[in-house]
Design a protein around this ligand. Sequence first.
Ligand SMILES: NC(=O)c1ccc[n+]([C@@H]2O[C@H](COP(=O)([O-])OP(=O)(O)OC[C@H]3O[C@@H](n4cnc5c(N)ncnc54)[C@H](OP(=O)(O)O)[C@@H]3O)[C@@H](O)[C@H]2O)c1
Length: 222
Amino acid sequence: MATIGFIGSGHIGSTVARLAVAAGHDVIMSNSRGPETLAELVAELGPLASAATPEAAAEQGDLVVVSIPLKAIDSVPVAPLDGKVVMDTNNYYPQRDGHVAALDDDSTTGSELLQQHLPDAFVVKVFNNINYKHLGTLARPDGAPDRSALLVAGDSEPAKQQVTDFLDQIGYDTVDAGALGEGGRKFQVGSAAYGNLYGDLSSPDGTPADAATVLSVLMKDA
Ligand SMILES: NC(=O)c1ccc[n+]([C@@H]2O[C@H](COP(=O)([O-])OP(=O)(O)OC[C@H]3O[C@@H](n4cnc5c(N)ncnc54)[C@H](OP(=O)(O)O)[C@@H]3O)[C@@H](O)[C@H]2O)c1
C-alpha cells in the first residue's frame, strides 16, 4: 500500500482520501491553515490518516493529489514533488480564480500551468469533471457491472499507469484522454465531458458512466 499526500483537503481532497483509506492506503492531509485545523477530518478518516504541512504531504506522498483553487497553484511546494506523480483536480473559474489571460484565450490549460510550476513532476489531470458527492458514491469494486470510468490526461505514460492503478484500487476504471494539454481540454470546464457526465447534481447518488459511455461523450467534442 502507498502513502497518498494531499495538498488541499476540501470537498474533492477529502473524498479521494476517504476512498484511498478504504482501499488501505495511508493518507497525509494538508491545507493552507495548518495541520491542527484538520483534526476532525483526520479523526473521521481513521488510523491510516494524518495531517501535515503541504511540504510534508508532498515530501512523504508516493502519489500526491493537488486539489486547491487554481489561483493558489503557485504556492504548491516544488522541490519535494520532483520525480513524483501529481494528480491535478483543478478547474479554472475566473470568477473564483481571477482572470488568467492564457486560460481565457485557451493558449494553455490549468493543468499545464501546474506542470510548468512543477517542471520535474509528472502531472496527471483527473477527478476534475466529477462532483465530489458522485465521486464518493459511484466507486465500485473491480468487476462490478455498474463500475464507472474516470478520465485521465498526462504527458507521461508511466505516470498515467500509476494513476490508473490507483483509480482501480479506489473503485474506478480509467479512460485515457491523451496528453495533458490536448487531452485535458477534452474534459475541462465547458466541454461535453465536464459537468453532468456522472449525473445531474440533483441526483445524490450520481449515474454510473462506464468507459464506453465516457468515450462516447468525449467524441461529442471531437
Ligand atoms: N467540489 C467539487 O465537486 C469539485 C469537483 C472536481 C474538481 N473540483 C476542483 O478541485 C479544486 C478543489 O475543489 P474543492 O471543491 O475540493 O475546494 P474546497 O472544498 O474549497 O477545498 C479547497 C482546499 O484547498 C485548500 N487550500 C487552499 N489554498 C491552499 C494552499 N495555498 N495550499 C494548500 N491548501 C490550500 C483549502 O484549505 P484552507 O481551507 O485551509 O484554505 C481546502 O482544504 C478546485 O479547483 C475545484 O474547481 C471540485
